[in-house]
Unconditional design. Sequence first.
Length: 476
Amino acid sequence: MIGPAALTLLLGLWGVTREHSMWRDEAATWEAAHRSLPELAHMLDRIDVVHGVYYLFMHGVFAVLGDSLIALRLPSVLAMAGAAAATAATARRLAGSRAGVAAGTAFALMPSTQHYAQEGRSYALVVAAVAVATLILVTLVDGRGKPGVPARRWAGYAAGMLAAALLNWFSLLALPAHAATVFMAHRRGATRLLTRWPMAAAAVVAGALPLILASRSQAQQVAWIRPLTWSTALAPLLLLTVGLLCAGLLKRHPATPPTPRALSAVSLGLPLLAFPLLALMLLSLIKPLYIDRYVLYTNLGLGLLIGAAASALVRSWRPLVTLALAAFAALLPLQLDLRTPQSRVDDVLAPAEVVARTSRPGDGVLFIPSLRRDTAEVSPGSFTALDDLALAQSPSASGTLQGKETAPQHIRRAMLGKHRILLVADVDGHPGSARDTVKRRVLVEHFTRCADTEVRGRRVQSYERGTSCTAPPLRS
C-alpha cells in the first residue's frame, strides 16, 4: 500500500548518509562490490560466501549508479519500502484496510526497520523477499483467481523464499513459521495447501543447500558471536511478549473482515514472529549464533499483529492517525540517534580524513588489527603517499578483506627503517595477533607517541623515531 511504503521511503532517505560515515560491515560491502568478478569469486572461495549474491548485486548497483553512500544504501531503503507495502497488503487481506495501514506504519516505525533501511548490507533485502513471499502465501490460501494462476503463485512464493535464502540462509527459519500457518489454514478448510506447500518449501531448501554447504567451511567467520545471555535474550523476549499481547487482544476483539477466512493475523503473524526468534535462540544454546539482524524479518509478523490489534481497538481513522503520530513522537529521539555515526560500532571514513590531514609523504602506516585496513581500502586517496609497512599481498590479490601481512621480523625491520609511523587501530586497543604484538612492542621501545586522535570508534596515532616529536605539518 502506498502510504506505509511512502512513509518507509521518507524515513529511509532522511539522513541516509549518516553524517558521511560508513561502519566496518558496510566497508566490507564496499570493498567486495568494487572488485572485478574474478576477484570477487576469488574472495568468496575464502570468505563471505554467505553474502556472495548480495555482493554480486551491489557490484551491479555500483556499475549502474556509481559508488557513493547513497548508492550503497539505496537498495536497502527501497527494499524496506517494498516490505512495508507487502506487509500492509497482507494485513489488509486479513483484517481490512485500517489494519493494513496500521501494520505497514507499525513496521515502518520500528527502530530496527529504520536501522537496517540505512545500512549497506543484505538484511533489508531479505526482509523484502520474505514479505513478498508471505503475501503470495496469503493469496494462495485465499484460493481465488483464474485457472493456472496458483501454479504461477507457488513458483513466485518459492522464488521469493529462495531469494531470501540466497541473500542470508537464516531466512529459512521462516519456513517453519509458514508451515505452522499452512497447517492452521488446512484445519480451517484450505486442504490443498498441505500437499503443495511442502513441495515449494523443499524446492527452496534444495536451492539454498549448495550455499549452506559452502558456508560451513567458513564457519569461523561467526566465531565472534557471543553466547546467548539473559541480557541479549531480553530484547527478543520483549518482542515476543508484545506479539502475544496483541494476539490475546485479537482473540477477545477479532479484527474484521477475516479474509481469507482460513487465515487470521494471529495464525500468520504470531508464527512468523515467534518461530525464527525462538529457533535461533535455541540453536544459540548449542553454538552461539543469535544476532537480531539474522531474523530481522520477524518484524513482519510483529507489524501484522500490532496493525490488526490497533485496527480492532480503534474503529475509525482519526484515532489511528493520532496513535501513529504519538508513536512517531515517542520514538523521535531514537530515530535521530539512528542517523548519527555513533549509532554504529565505528566509522571507516573519519580516520581516513585524520590520516589525510596529518600524514607526510613517505610516512609508514600500520593497522591493528589488520582488518582495520578497511579504512585504506575505502579511502585509498588518503593513503597513496604512505608506505604500508606490514602488507605483503593486497586484499584483492589475497582474496581477503584485510590482505596478507608479512612475517613479524620483516615488519620489525620495515618499522625501524622509518622515522614516522601512523597507526590506525580500534579504540579498545585489542592485543590482536602475534604480528600486532610486534608492531606495538617496536613502537613502545623505539618510537615516541606524538599524537593520539580518537574518532568515531577508531584511533589514529602518530609515532616518531627517538625520544622527541617534531611539529607535524598539515597535509591537505
